[in-house]
Design a protein around this ligand. Structure first.
Ligand code: UDP
Length: 371
């Protein structure tokens, strides 16, 4: 009999396993895939860590989380400075003095602010109800049209005026020459790759791969006192109230022999709608790699249907209401706790996943309660 069955060997599951193990508990981790690390899994190709399920850059403002991860792996000093390609021209991201200079030739903050005021004046005073209104009232017409609308609509497969405003507030908007994509004081990529972090968190905890909880629910319920479930909450309940919506992705990975530097940057976004991919990732630049070859990935957003990989929860009103129904159902099942991006149906960053797993582990391990 296990104290905890942890379903999913991704970041949430691995952090929970580490905490439970430290408290002397017996855990079993299962994962339906043939590898650990969930969507932060990297494949080693000629010494380049290829982010197989999309680029992940660790960043946080949470000092506890930063201290926590640094116990298990060392981080390099990579700072994410993506570029945007719009109709063949390059622009700096996030929206900052470099971007404004490239767009309008404004060299000082006062000049840039005057231009932005002119750009957004007609949207002033409206309380933004959706992503489009939020972007226009923040940045005005040019930035919205060139750097936001096309990218957002292909990323999410719906009009920007049907998306929640919070999504665009993830991006900084600043009047300094600073291309750091994140606001957080701590940032980097684990030296040796993300798998190393997950391996260290799992330690000698028993892991069974190629094992789908949903194929043997009753059996798995019978072998553990408590279950930590990090898969899709709606799938756990056999889509009883109907499926939640997710956005999926497709990746086209290319190994390029003899090409040492394909695009000169780890991340380049393609912001026009007519180009079907959103980003091109050159993985070696996350680690300052000097190999003779390179691996480049084209990232295509795609519709999701049951059976596809879910990447992004669609946290709009309709899905949030549906999620609440599943959450109530979940609360009536005292054996199971749901966690992570899929279990909590939240557009979490990695540090938020860790904070959530630590909090829930603390509650459960100390009080036997999930919250
Ligand atoms: N976004 C955009 N243009 C860009 C990059 C991002 O309009 O060049 C918007 C888009 O709506 C996206 C959101 O900002 O969904 C959040 O971007 P982020 O890079 O945080 O997304 P993630 O890395 O989680 O896919």
């Amino acid at each position: 009999m296990y104290d905890y069955l942890i379903v999913g060997a991704g970041l949430y599951g691995a952090v929970f396993a580490q905490q439970a193990k430290a408290a002397g508990k017996k855990c079993l981790v299962i994962d339906k895939r043939d590898h650990i690390a969930g969507n932060i899994f990297c494949e080693n190709t000629e010494g380049i860590h290829v982010h197989k399920y999309g680029a992940h850059i660790f960043h946080t403002s949470n000092k506890e989380v930063w201290k926590y991860v640094n116990q298990f792996v060392e981080f390099n000093n990579y700072i994410n400075t993506p570029l945007a390609n719009f109709q063949g021209k390059l622009f700096s991201l996030p929206f900052n003095m470099y971007t404004f200079y490239q767009l309008w030739g404004t060299a000082t903050p006062d000049e840039a602010k005057a231009k932005i005021e002119e750009q957004r004046s007609k949207y002033k005073g409206i309380e933004p109800q959706n992503l489009e209104e939020q972007a226009l009232s923040l940045a005005g017409d040019d930035i919205y049209r060139m750097l936001i609308k096309g990218y957002t609509e292909k990323q999410w497969g719906r009009n920007a005026n049907e998306l929640p405003a919070f999504i665009i507030r993830r991006l900084p908007f600043r009047f300094t020459y600073n291309n750091n994509y994140f606001r957080d004081p701590y940032q980097g990529i684990p030296i040796g790759g993300y798998n190393k972090l997950i391996e260290a968190l799992l330690g000698d905890t028993e892991v069974r791969l190629n094992t789908d909880f949903n194929d043997q629910k009753e059996y798995f319920r019978s072998i553990a006192k408590k279950i930590i479930y990090t898969g899709e909450i709606d799938r756990f309940f056999d889509y009883r109230f109907g499926p939640l919506e997710y956005r999926s992705l497709r990746f086209d990975h290319k190994f390029m022999k003899g090409v040492s530097n394909y695009q000169g940057n780890a991340v380049i976004n393609y912001t026009e709608k007519e180009i079907p991919f959103t980003r091109v990732i050159e993985h070696k630049h996350f680690e300052f790699g000097e190999q003779e070859d390179t691996v480049v990935t084209w990232e295509y957003p795609s519709d999701w249907k049951i059976g596809d990989e879910p990447y992004y929860p669609v946290n709009d009103e309709k899905n949030s209401l549906l999620f609440e129904k599943y959450k109530s159902l979940a609360q009536s099942d005292s054996q199971v706790v749901f966690g992570g991006r899929l279990g909590e149906y939240k557009y979490y960053d990695m540090d938020q996943v860790i904070a959530s797993a630590l909090k829930s582990a603390q509650n459960i391990l100390e009080n036997g309660q999930s919250e």
